[in-house]
Design a protein around this ligand. Sequence first.
Ligand SMILES: Cc1ncc(COP(=O)(O)O)c(C=O)c1O
Length: 374
Amino acid sequence: MGVPLLDLTRENRPLWGEISQKVEQIADSSQFILGKAVSDFESQISSYFHLSDHFALGVSSGTDALLMALHVLDFPIGKNIITTPYTFYATSGVIHRAGLVPRYVDIKPGSFNIDPEKIKSAINKDTVAIMPVHLYGQPADMDEINQIAREHNLVVIEDNAQALGAEYKGRPTGTLGDMAGISFFPTKNLGAFGDAGLMIGKNQYKEKSTRVRVHGMQDRYDHVEIGGNFRIDALQAAILSVKLPHLADWNGQRRENAKLYRTLFQKKNLSSIITIPVEEKDRTHIYHQYVVRAPEESRNDLKKYLDEKQIGNMVYYPKSLHEQKPFAYLGYKLGDFPESEKATRQVLALPIHQSITSLEIEEVVSVIADFYGK
Ligand SMILES: Cc1ncc(COP(=O)(O)O)c(C=O)c1O
């Protein structure tokens, strides 16, 4: 039996009746750009996450949410942002596109998130911000990061693309720093029917952000600063408003699936071979990805075996950003970030989607057990 890494039809089909009604309403109103669907979604998400010190604006993608945050903050060209090299390209891509320079700090051993212990020594006179990533859906060490930011007068921008609904000490990620970017890419825990995103920011940035989303426009054709077209489509906002009420259940089911994996890996005596994701203290991991570590010498063969048996899997990420061509100009070399580099050789994401059945999870573990002769 094959098991898909992800099956969006299982998620979207049951909601299609409600979604198609919303789509029809928007088509009838012809209000495709901003308007009621977008403001309703923003209010809905603000109350869902009990936002009070922060606001939420629907934007065109997770990448654009982060880029727009940097436009709003408007740091002088050439300043540094401390971030992780072990993430998706966009985290560093936006820093470069905003005229700033990514400055990398390795991830913690055993975790996939930036190591706060190493942040301090990376701060220099040009550092203006820290951009942690809540990778795979697990919050970074936000108390430590915020403490360092306070001591050095730095802004904190959370790359919360993968962690909507995760919590750190009972507070949702995306509201733990000054600004945050969230992705609604279709495969995310809350996914649109195309590209879409959300920018969350402290209330002091609300007016400027609202202008920057529409070309820096204050009144019609009165532009008071540089902005862009960072708008979310009304159709995407309407679709997301149908899906949002299910997010907590879906994230809960992902957590249940992770528990089942843990039990099955133990039962099959795979615990000494496969390292399952570590759930860190004081936080709720929402398992955007369920990423295990396999021994370096067997990871690629295991991947091949799973491919052959049609078990969905993926290596997120096969290279750290300091190994990627567009960031070669930063001058880092192999060996500079040993924990990130080690992770690239060990990681393998397994199916964790809320619609995966227990039988399918059993099948995934049993194929891995076969591979290791267990
Ligand atoms: C860590 C991280 N940052 C940023 C992004 C960018 O989001 P989007 O694809 O919505 O532009 C992603 C999306 O995959 C991501 O995983």
